[in-house]
Design a protein around this ligand. Structure first.
Ligand code: FAD
Length: 428
């Protein structure tokens, strides 16, 4: 007997069941996957692209990136540190104030021969492919070029419809992790954008060859140009004489000042007295590309019944530095730890996941994010920036204090207090 058509269609849908569905295999998805595998929790990762794939970024990785990779597997970090031709060690940061004065701040003021560079730069094409390769595990099944359709939740289970190489799948799990970046479909599904609006910045990135005047210890450079505050132009050295050059600025500033970001970036490269001479013989090797940066300006929900958001999907980019790779990996790691607890208690409710994930994340990163949000607001005032840089230019102890702020959160908190500025005003 012939089957009715709808029955035949239903029968061709492959049914899969797992413990966790992860959407996205960028740093956030990789971070989650590393630790789910460590806890022996089976999971399915659905990625719409195929690796290696590019991601518009400044390509600078901080100590937090190294920390999570080291916790996942110390051998992976050794691989990175041993391959300085690919993962270029960076020892510090150059701040250029709106008045053009530059300040070199090393990341490790108390450095010995054994000290490893706290940060590194590497193109995202390479970094993300490296992380992707490390996801291979008996607990992890990955579908690349996956086309995710509907996501539904019912009776404590999440169902995801997905098409892969012409085959339709229905995947069921008690929890889903949204690691699908800035335009997250998981966030859209579970969080109303009206109740949890994101604070946005926009960034442009271009790869240049032949930029001169780089620091010989590969300091990354942030140029706080008056016309871009509270945003900045960056020049980050990469291996093989390449530089990642870009601008990042708040979306509301773009709207208010009707800025054409691309024109402004190219204008600074051509005309800024500090920058232009260094680009005299430089060539742009790829087209300039843009992408959004969802910033962690204030605490937002990161989970609910049967779902969690990590990385850009959770709007976790540091609002001052624009750093998101470290927070993506870190939030992935904490989400996996939260799921481990949820599994033990068989409880994937909003209340449980909030305690096991959101609260842990904000306890560890909340202060840092608050300070960064305040710093970003303060950057609106060029006179304040000029004042601090002018003072630090003359005072080694102030430079050392700022240097220590990269690792010491209590010290960094000083930056958001008026007493800090009064102290340096009176040279105390
Ligand atoms: C211009 C710019 C400069 C930046 N510079 C820096 C920097 O120097 N240092 C730093 O630390 N951070 C920087 N950031 C931030 C950083 O790029 C992000 O925070 C980081 O990429 C977040 O990682 P993620 O895994 O959350 O998201 P992503 O890296 O965006 O990864 C998301 C993954 O999900 C996949 N995906 C998306 N939608 C779907 C779907 N529907 N189905 C399946 N898969 C899907 C994507 O293909 C992708 O692989 C910058 C950002 C911008 C825009």
């Amino acid at each position: 007997m012939l089957q009715p058509l709808y029955l035949a269609a239903e029968m061709s849908i492959k049914q899969l069941s797992t413990s966790v569905i992860v959407i996205g295999a960028g740093p956030a998805g990789a971070g989650a996957s590393f630790f789910l595998s460590k806890y022996e929790i089976p999971h399915i990762v659905l990625e719409k692209e195929s690796f290696p794939r590019d991601k518009v970024c400044g390509d600078a990785c901080s100590g937090k990136t190294a920390l999570v990779i080291n916790r996942a597997n110390p051998e992976w970090l050794t691989e990175i540190l041993d391959d300085s031709k690919t993962f270029m060690p960076s020892w510090g940061i150059k701040f250029v104030a709106p008045n053009g004065k530059a300040l070199d701040i090393p990341f490790s003021p108390k450095r010995t021969k054994e000290t490893k560079a706290p940060g590194f730069t590497v193109s995202r094409l390479v970094l993300d492919n490296f992380l992707f390769g490390k996801m291979a595990s008996p607990y992890c099944t990955i579908y690349q070029h996956a086309k995710v359709g509907t996501i539904t939740s019912a009776d404590g289970q999440v169902k995801v419809n997905m098409t892969h190489e012409g085959t339709e799948y229905e995947i069921t799990a008690p929890v889903i992790i949204g690691a699908d970046g800035d335009k997250s479909i998981v966030r859209k599904k579970y969080l109303s954008e009206n109740t949890s609006p994101k604070t946005y910045a926009v960034g442009l990135r271009g790869y240049y060859e032949g930029v001169t005047g780089m620091h010989d210890e590969n300091f990354i450079e942030l140029h706080f140009l008056p016309e871009m505050l509270p945003g900045y132009l960056w020049v980050f050295p990469l291996p093989n004489g390449v530089a990642n050059v870009g601008v990042g600025i708040l979306s509301e500033t773009i709207r208010e000042k009707k800025i054409n970001l691309r024109e402004q970036m190219l204008y600074a490269i051509k005309n800024n007295p500090q920058i232009a001479p260094r680009f005299a013989n430089a060539t742009l090797t790829d087209k300039i590309q843009g992408w959004g940066l969802p910033l962690a300006m204030e605490r937002q929900p990161l989970s609910g019944d049967n779902f969690m958001l990590v990385g850009d999907a959770g709007a976790l980019i540091d609002p001052f530095s624009g750093e998101g790779i470290g927070n993506a990996l870190y939030s992935g790691m904490l989400a996996a730890a939260g799921i481990k607890e949820a599994r033990e208690q068989n409880n994937y409710s909003a209340a449980f996941l909030k305690t096991a994930y959101d609260d842990v994340l904000y306890k560890r990163l909340g202060d840092e994010m608050k300070i960064s949000a305040t710093l970003q607001r303060l950057c609106k005032y060029p006179w304040l920036f000029n004042f601090v840089v002018n003072k630090a230019y003359k005072s080694k102890s102030l430079r050392d204090t700022i240097s220590c702020m990269f690792t010491d959160m209590d010290l960094r908190e000083q930056l958001s207090k008026p007493s800090f500025y009064l102290k340096i005003l009176f040279n105390k």
